[in-house]
Design a binder for this molecule. Structure first.
Ligand code: APR
Length: 301
């Protein structure tokens, strides 16, 4: 009797221990089978990034822009706007926003594919505002942001949440916060596709009044667009070096930074040319500064 009485707690402890082990194993198995986040990953769900969160109403904006673009440019063809939205979601949701590669966007790029007419591509570096004012005013050239894919996503933010569906509306990685993030990988993919599909003369608007290199060493122009142009289809890369009309002339076609960029372009087997203050762009600057000396017709060069 006393043996039984003395041994009951031991048997009880063994039973309790076995049950706890069994329960732990069941939780582990359920985690593996159902793909629930392990406890360490669950902490990542609340991770705060330094960039803004996913743009509110992102779905409506993207689908709305998709129909708007097709109404502006009927040549785009009949794109399935809901499919395009779904491809964006599939590229990023349930994934770590710092582990999104350009390849994750391959399907999105395929469903948004577009033919770019030869001689119409206009690339840019450090001239974001002027170049888009120019393409709006003339409609003679196409920047990435004027293409279907660029128009859909320009100025928007998005990222998913590791192992959970839906978007993170609180914060997303900023451009340089991590190497392969949902935003930088998207724009690298889109820039590469745009450069690959360009043909004939490819124009590039650069800022002659900016400090430092005419195009940053890590710029999309240098690291993605120049290497992705096909020398068999691109007859020439034509640089336009535009000074701010009120600004200094820090770089022009004969300056060191331009000659270095020339060499880089030629190393990619592409032909090069350069023009300072391309007159049609200067004419646009003159619309805002009609009395400036450079806007006197006799001073045009
Ligand atoms: N940090 C923050 N934003 C960046 C960074 C960066 N390191 N690199 C690029 N960006 C984003 C920003 O939105 C910025 O305004 O790209 C924009 C342009 O950067 P620039 O140095 O002016 O130019 P570049 O990097 O050469 O990109 C422009 O890429 O978008 C395509 O076809 C387009 O030819 C154009 C080129």
């Amino acid at each position: 009797m006393s043996w039984h009485c003395a041994s009951r707690p031991v048997i009880g402890n063994l039973w309790l221990g076995s049950m706890l082990t069994l329960m732990a194993l069941m939780v582990l198995a359920s985690t593996v089978v159902n793909g629930h986040a392990p406890i360490s990953n669950q902490k990542d769900q609340g991770k705060k990034y330094t960039g803004a969160g996913t743009t509110s109403n992102l779905r409506n904006i993207v689908i709305g822009r998709c129909y708007h673009y097709m109404s502006l440019y009927p040549d785009t063809g009949d794109k399935n706007c809901t499919d395009i939205w779904q491809e964006l979601i599939d590229a990023v949701q349930k994934k770590d926003p710092c582990k999104i590669s350009e390849e994750d966007y391959t399907r999105l790029s395929l469903v948004s594919a577009q033919t770019i007419p030869c001689d119409k591509t206009l690339l840019w570096s450090r001239t974001n505002d002027l170049v888009h004012r120019y393409t709006k005013a003339t409609q003679n050239f196409i920047t990435l942001e004027d293409t279907f894919l660029g128009f859909l996503f320009n100025g928007l933010m998005w990222c998913g949440k590791p192992l959970r569906p839906g978007m993170n509306f609180k914060s997303c990685p900023a451009w340089n916060e991590c190497d392969k993030n949902s935003i930088s990988s998207f724009w690298k993919m889109a820039s590469a596709a745009f450069a690959r599909s360009s043909c004939g003369v490819v124009n590039v608007m650069l800022n002659g009044s900016a400090d430092g290199d005419i195009a940053r060493k890590e710029s999309i122009l240098r690291t993605v667009e120049i290497p992705n142009m096909d020398p068999a289809r691109v007859s020439e890369v034509k640089l336009w070096v535009i000074d701010d009309i009120q600004g200094e002339d820090k770089n022009s076609c004969d300056s060191k930074s331009l000659l270095e960029l020339k060499q880089y372009i030629e190393e990619h087997n592409l032909k090069y040319s350069c023009i300072d203050n391309y007159r049609p762009v200067q004419a646009l600057q003159c619309a805002d500064n009609p009395d400036h000396a450079a806007c006197n017709r006799c001073n045009y060069h």
